[in-house]
Each structure stands twice: as C-alpha cells, then as structure tokens.
Design a protein around this ligand. Structure first.
Ligand SMILES: *Cc1c(COP(=O)(O)O)cnc(C)c1O
Length: 368
C-alpha cells in the first residue's frame, strides 16, 4: 500500500458537483475578478476568523506584502521574523522596503522564541512577524506584550493555520493583521491561487483594499500607487464551498495526529510534535524529528510513503540572504530543526490503516 504525502483528489471529488455549479454560475454572470462572490467569501472568512474585515487578495505572499505596507515600513526599518519558515514570510518584508531581522525558534513548538524577539528589538524595529508554523499558533501573548511596549505592529503569518486557536481566539484575529494563503495544499486551498488579510481596524483594511487594486479609492481615482493583487471571483466561490468543510477537515487532521502520537510514542529517538497548552494545532503538517532524518526519509520513500522536508535549509543560510553574514551556528534551534525535520503524510480523510502503515514503516526503520 503506497501512501501519498497529500491527497488533494478525494476532497475535490466529493465536492465536484458543487464546484462545477459555482464555475457555471461564474460563467453565466461573467463576474471574474472581484464582485459579489469575493464580497461573500470575505464576509464568511471574517466571521470564521472572528475579525471585522477580511480582504481577499491574489495569494498569501501578496497578503503579507500588503499587510506590511499598510502598517508601515519606513526605508531601512527592521522587521523581526523567523528563519524557520517559507521564504514568502520574509521576502515580502524586503519587497515592502524593510530589512529582515531573523530570530531563533522555541525548540518545542518551532515558532518564534519570544525571548529572542525581545532581545532583537532595536530603535529601528517596526514590526514582528511570527509564523503559525505547521498549523500551531506561535506564542502570541508575550509577543503582543512586546509589541505594545515598544510600539511595534504584529502581523500573524497564518498561511499554514486556518482555524487554529490561541487561548480561545482564532489566529488572524490577535495581531494587527493576519495573513492567509489559499494555495491548493493549505488547510483551506483554492483551485489555483488566493490569499486574504484579516483585521479589526477598518482604516488599515481599507488601505489594503486600495493597495490590492492599484491604489484606487474609486474607479480610476488613485490616492497612491498600488498593485494588482486581487482575488479571482471563481476562486472566492470555490473557497466559500470549501470553507464550510474546513472545521471537519481540521478535526480529521487532529484525529490523524492523535493516531500518529499513539503509534509513534517511544519509537527510536523520534521526537513527535507537541501541542502547547492553550493552543489548538490544526496540523497543516505532521513533522517529526530525528538525527537520522535522511536515512529515515530514504527508507520511507522506498516503501512508497510520501514525505517532505519543511524546511531543509534555514533562510539565514540561503544564498538569498548571504549578505546578512549569518553563518552556521547563529540560530542553533532553527538549524537543528532544519537538519532533523521530516514531514509524514497528513491530510484530511487519511485513514487509521494508512497511519498504521506509516508507523509500521517508521518502527521498522528503528528496529522496534
Ligand atoms: C504558503 C505560505 C506562504 C505564501 O503563500 P502563497 O499563497 O504561496 O503566496 C507564506 N507563508 C507561509 C508560512 C506559507 O506556508
């Protein structure tokens, strides 16, 4: 039995009738970019995240870039984020005119270490960007306290965490803005590209609405220059259909994680993911750690089990950030996570038999 890393076919097969009907409606109405389908999805996604406003944009990277621009990044200003993430989090800082300042992660949760963030704040710092990595909320309370104390903004990169909860509040509702991606493999994925920014300050979200559409305040009236970063109407209609299933899909991911936790407890030197108290993890990815990562990856691949690495090379050691001059050893926990992480198959609807099969192969590798 081979097991895919991710099964995108089954959930879409189940929704095929509804998705095709939404496509037909878009054809009939000839509303392709913006319009009522986008407004409807924005209302639904704001309600889902417990925020006043959601602004649909073209992808998650645009969500981040427009969020940073709307909150303000004066030239040369520093924005603190993590190196253990997808590069979109930080390339958007540079594109918004800021300078990236990398800090290390908490080794248990793999999210921003609040103590490291506090130590990194300087007179030049304007913002903090924690990432809710793998579906687990970052430790927002101390980070929000730091932001308040030092007059910084805080943007949540929630691209991997739709529906995750931090101390009773949905992610995307706690910081000044929340940024989401609807790339197909995310917990809520479009059938192409999409993203959203969530927030509670209408002045800021209105500015994002302008920025996503060439800085327009009304048709052909430009208060400023902006971007073409709009959400497609067809994707918004698809997203409305899929958003209704998201709670059930996230519950399924959490159940798969529980099966893994039981089946993999005490196996070899494997470290399993931890759900921190007060946080609801939505398991975008199920990431284990072992120093024997490369050999385990090869072993599972040979047995027909799909695996991934998130992420194999920390951003601060990438060619793209070479001029920062951060060598190996500068962010030890980040480097250890990169060297040891292995993402096992995880998707809604994964069966207990599939989890057992993966666990059996992992146990076989460790000879237990
Ligand atoms: C996917 C992702 C993004 C970027 O989203 P796109 O829609 O692909 O532009 C940003 N941050 C993180 C952590 C992601 O996983």
């Amino acid at each position: 039995m081979s097991i895919p890393f991710l099964d995108l076919r089954t959930p879409h097969r189940e929704l095929e009738g509804e998705l095709v009907a939404a496509f037909r409606a878009a054809l009939r109405d000839a509303a392709f970019v913006g319009g009522p389908a986008v407004e409807t999805f924005e209302r639904e996604f704001a309600a889902f995240t417990g925020t006043q406003q959601a602004v649909g944009v073209a992808n998650g990277t645009d969500a981040l870039r427009l969020a940073y621009l709307a909150l303000g990044v004066r030239p040369g200003a520093e924005v603190i984020s993590v190196s253990h993430t997808f590069i979109a989090t930080t390339e958007a800082i540079t594109q918004a005119g800021g300078r990236v300042r990398f800090v290390d992660i908490d080794p248990r949760t793999k999210t921003m270490d609040p103590g490291a963030a506090r130590a990194a704040v300087s007179a030049n710092t304007v913002g903090l960007v924690p990432v809710h990595l793998y579906g687990q909320p970052a430790d927002l309370e101390p980070l929000l306290a730091l932001a308040r104390e030092r007059g910084l903004w805080l943007v949540e990169d929630a691209a991997q965490a739709h529906g995750a909860i931090y101390r009773g509040k949905p992610v995307g509702s706690l910081g000044h803005l929340g940024c989401f991606s609807f790339y197909p493999g995310k917990n809520l994925g479009s059938l192409g590209e999409g993203g959203a920014v969530t927030g509670n300050d209408p002045r800021v979200t209105d500015l994002i609405r302008q920025l996503r559409e060439h800085g327009q305040s009304s048709k052909y009236i430009h208060a400023r220059e902006g971007y073409n970063a709009r959400l497609h109407a067809i994707q918004a209609a698809f997203l409305s259909i899929k958003l209704k299933r998201l709670p059930q899909w996230n519950a399924s991911r959490r159940e798969v994680a529980r099966w893994y936790q039981v089946a993999l407890a005490g196996v070899g030197d494997l470290e399993l993911p931890v759900e921190a108290p007060g946080r609801t993890h939505v398991y975008h990815l199920y990431v284990v750690q072992t120093p024997a990562r490369d050999a385990l990856r090869d072993h599972l691949t040979k047995q027909g089990i799909g695996v991934g690495l998130h992420y194999p090379q920390p951003l601060h050691l990438q060619e793209a950030y070479r001029e920062m001059g951060l060598g190996p050893g500068s962010l030890p926990e980040t480097e250890r996570a990169a060297a040891t992480c292995l993402s096992l198959p995880m998707f809604p609807g994964m069966t207990q038999a599939q989890v057992s099969r993966v666990a059996e192969a992992v146990r076989g590798f460790f000879g237990s």
